[in-house]
Design a protein around this ligand. Structure first.
Ligand code: SAH
Length: 355
């Protein structure tokens, strides 16, 4: 058969439609959904509670796609960076971060990124394409296959390559599968989505009722500065973004997270911290300070620890919950903002070879 349908990426409803279209009872759709996502099946042959005749028919008509594992690097701190190949030959990176015995998987949502933040290496790749829901979900399934028997992934963060809300439909579909009790069954409170601040999609996400945690990459507390660092700010300036976030339907006892990359001499001055305090006043939130990860293609510097701590002290004194996020996987370029599989990475490799 030429056009086999790839079942990975289908929602539960779509899988139920697929089986009923083929004259099977609707509960077979639930079984398939659970086998593919909940149990990570890669063949129909292993679906032992389906009649053999059905397994054979399924194998004729459908497939279960998978990312190709192309490489794995392990950092001194235990962080693992995976390189996966998509069906069209594009490549993406996924990072697995151990932290106090728990594993966090950092997933990509696009090949490249259109947002062009001034300090981010993924941004230098430009936008190549959106990932499909299957490709987002399969990053987790592929990681799970590589775990030691006693390891489990505790948290999922959409903080790899790409802007998840720019790829809204596939991202939400993937999240639904990742959170579904018959799917990968990750509780929404163990999932976080990080966005540069796409206002209409933040509103939609709030209305979706998915209940995942929301992180916003802020990086500046004035439009003048944010326009330069995060170009999308020109379309959705701080006033609009903050009004949207203040109206966001936060589940009780949850907080918004703000990420703030600290860049030496650019947004790390005490007055920047005081502007940030003003901007966030009254919001239920916490702030993650990320001292910039440097790379040759990034035209900025990381501030000294002293400057980082002074910045944090001002926020804390104003009652803001603030943590300094240590960079993980720096030695293998797995850290925040350093994921890039095409032009930028190649350029770096060449530079390393030359030195
Ligand atoms: N596009 C989304 C998801 C990416 S999350 C977003 O922007 O939120 C990746 C996080 O790493 C973002 O907060 C991003 O701003 C940050 N980041 C990008 N480049 C960085 C760098 N060079 N050093 C430290 N953090 C960086």
């Amino acid at each position: 058969m030429h056009n086999k349908i790839d079942l990975k990426g289908l929602s539960l409803e779509e899988m139920e439609c697929f089986v009923t279209d083929h004259g099977e009872p609707v509960y077979r759709g639930r079984q398939l959904f659970h086998w593919i996502y909940g149990r990570g099946a890669s063949t129909f042959a292993e679906m032992t509670d389906l009649p053999i005749a059905l397994r054979t028919r399924l194998a004729e008509r459908a497939s279960i796609g998978a990312l190709a594992p192309l490489g794995r690097e392990v950092s001194q701190d235990g962080t693992r960076k995976y390189l996966f190949g998509c069906a069209d030959g594009r490549q993406i990176e996924t990072v697995l971060i151990p932290d106090e015995g728990r594993l966090t998987a950092c997933l990509s949502t696009q090949v490249g990124c259109a947002m062009a933040c001034a300090f981010c290496l993924t941004g230098t790749m430009g936008f190549v394409r959106h990932l499909q829901a299957a490709e987002i979900v399969d990053q987790v399934l592929a990681l799970q296959r590589d775990l030691e028997p006693r390891e489990r992934i505790a948290n999922l963060v959409l903080m790899g390559m790409g802007e998840p809300l720019h790829n809204y439909n596939a991202t939400v579909k993937a999240l639904t599968i990742l959170a579904h009790p018959l799917g990968l069954a990750y509780p929404p409170r163990r999932i976080a989505l990080s966005t540069v601040g796409l206002v209409p999609e933040i509103v939609r996400l709030g209305q979706s009722g998915l209940g995942v945690n929301l992180a916003v990459s802020l990086h500046a507390a004035t439009d003048e500065l944010r326009d330069r660092l995060v170009p999308i700010n020109r379309r959705y300036p701080l006033k609009v973004l903050m009004a949207t976030l203040r109206a966001y339907p936060l589940p009780s006892r949850r907080r918004l997270t703000f990420e703030y990359v600290l860049i030496d001499g650019v947004n790390d001055r005490p007055e920047d911290a005081r502007e940030l305090v003003k901007l966030l006043r009254g919001l239920r939130c916490k702030i993650n300070l990320l001292p910039l990860n440097e790379a040759p293609a990034i035209p900025f510097r990381r501030p000294s620890l002293e400057r980082v701590e002074t910045f944090q002290r001002i926020l804390k004194a104003a009652g803001l919950l603030t943590t300094i996020r240590e960079s993980r996987g720096l030695d293998i370029s797995a850290a925040c903002g350093l994921l890039a599989t095409e032009s930028a990475e190649k350029r770096l490799d060449t530079e390393e070879c030359l030195t």
